[in-house]
Design a protein around this ligand. Structure first.
Ligand code: VGL
Ligand code: ZN
Length: 217
């Protein structure tokens, strides 16, 4: 029997107002203008039309979140502190629950499920699968319930949430395909490093969306 399309799922990572220049976001990532967001939406529509279930992650922080520099006296944006024994970048406040900056910019009807992350004030959560304290999101359960074996991942930011989500997907046992040109990163050097790391660990990197390659990988 031919393999079912449903075994491939798509994860669109954090395409939210605060991460885009399009919406003048507080943590706007370079190259995230209206045209980019439109390209991401069009490609997501193609994947949905091809029969793949589409999932999204949504950064969804409380106001007192530990990753905001404003919650640390004398710290400024992009300072790095030690938190739970690891380096933590301090970000401008972003994706605060119920604010416009937290909105996903793609048509909601595209998504079979939206997985929120980063709600615990004490832990950051770049990965769509778990936070830095090891608390799991709904993602793995949702993918398993839908018999997904392979995930196609893209979004924002290449060097943070996209990187962490792809690596955790791999660890959880999924085949992972990254669509590079549908991603944008906070900084070029860390984004390049992240792509290299993903490649070395076994993630398939495609420059652009190619349905045939996705099916045959
Ligand atoms: C992200 C920094 C802080 C991301 C989220 O979506 O990559 N980056 N929170
Ligand atoms: Zn965040």
């Amino acid at each position: 029997m031919a393999r079912k399309m449903e075994q491939i799922g798509v994860i669109v990572v954090d395409v939210q107002g605060d991460f885009t220049t399009f919406k003048n976001g507080s943590l706007a990532v370079e190259g995230t203008d209206e045209a980019h967001v439109k390209t991401v939406e069009e490609n997501t529509k193609r994947l949905k039309a091809a029969g793949f279930p589409i999932y999204a992650t949504q950064d969804w922080h409380p106001e007192d979140h530990v990753s905001f520099f404003t919650n640390h006296p004398r710290k400024k944006a992009f300072d790095v502190i030690k938190l739970h024994g690891k380096d933590q970048v301090l970000w401008p406040p972003h994706c605060v629950q119920q604010t416009p900056g937290a909105d996903i910019l793609l048509d909601r009807k595209l998504f079979k499920a939206v997985v929120k992350k980063g709600m615990d004030p004490q832990y950051d959560s770049y990965s769509g699968f778990q936070d830095d304290g090891g608390k799991k999101t709904e993602m793995d359960g949702i993918l398993k319930n839908n018999e997904i074996k392979k995930v196609v991942v893209y979004g924002i930011a290449t060097d943070y949430c996209v990187r962490a989500t792809t690596l955790d997907a791999l660890t959880a046992g999924y085949k992972v395909i990254l669509i590079k040109n549908l991603c944008r990163g906070v900084a070029p050097d860390t984004s390049q490093k992240a792509i290299e790391e993903m490649k070395v660990k076994g993630i398939v990197i495609l420059d652009d969306l190619d349905l045939e390659k996705i099916k045959s990988q």
